[in-house]
Design a protein around this ligand. Structure first.
Ligand SMILES: [Zn+2]
Length: 207
């Protein structure tokens, strides 16, 4: 697999040293995930953008193209590493770009399993969106039940906290679903789950 890493030009670029660090982390995480999940893309392109925010933003735009935005004033290496694993998991699952309409259930599983996979590979970084509470589950699982097969569900509401739903709710519920599967199948590996349909995963979660 060829890995292309392109640094986008910005008002203020990373230093040479930072760029080398970023290259090492991206390359390492990409190669490692390809091996773990069996990704056979001949080329994967990464664009790296230095921005003024305080989080690392990842977006798998296509099966061979991931953009990562990184705070220019400094960043956590573990956070960046975790993001590479998360986005590469999306590549394997084919969850890329904005194009396809998928069900709420599929979205919950793709985000939940990408998050758990990243957490297993980079346990040093525990994302806020991997944590859920019983209260949250009690409140929102009935709504998931009603909307789970909808493809026209609102991604903004379920994942980014619009219209009264908590920020990152869908990620948290997705992680809960994957944890349920792990409870029912303690030896199951993410490698085995990544190709299963949402319907099969739901069965395995046995909610
Ligand atoms: Zn994601």
């Amino acid at each position: 697999m060829k890995i292309n890493i392109v640094f986008l030009k910005s008002e203020k670029d990373f230093t040479k040293k930072q760029k080398q660090k970023i290259r090492d982390i991206v390359r390492g995480g990409c190669k490692d995930t390809a091996k773990l999940l069996g990704i056979k893309e001949p080329v994967i392109n990464f664009t790296i953008y230095p921005f003024n925010k305080n989080y690392v933003g990842g977006f798998a735009q296509a099966k061979d193209f991931i953009n990562i935005s990184i705070p220019r004033k400094g960043f956590s290496e573990d956070y960046l590493r975790s993001t590479v694993y998360h986005e590469m998991h999306h590549v394997k699952r084919g969850y890329v770009g904005y194009a396809e309409k998928i069900s709420l259930l599929e979205s919950l599983f793709v985000e939940g399993s990408a998050t758990v996979f990243a957490l297993e590979q980079v346990p040093e970084y525990v994302p806020k969106w991997s944590k859920y509470s019983k209260k949250m589950l009690d409140k929102w699982l009935p709504d998931v039940e009603k909307e789970k097969h909808k493809t026209g569900y609102s991604h903004d509401e379920w994942f980014f906290g619009a219209k009264g739903k908590p920020f990152q709710l869908g990620y948290k519920l997705g992680v809960y679903f994957v944890r349920r599967i792990q409870k029912n199948y303690p030896d199951i590996k993410q490698e085995a789950l990544v190709n299963k349909s949402a319907k099969d995963l739901l069965k395995m979660a046995d909610l």
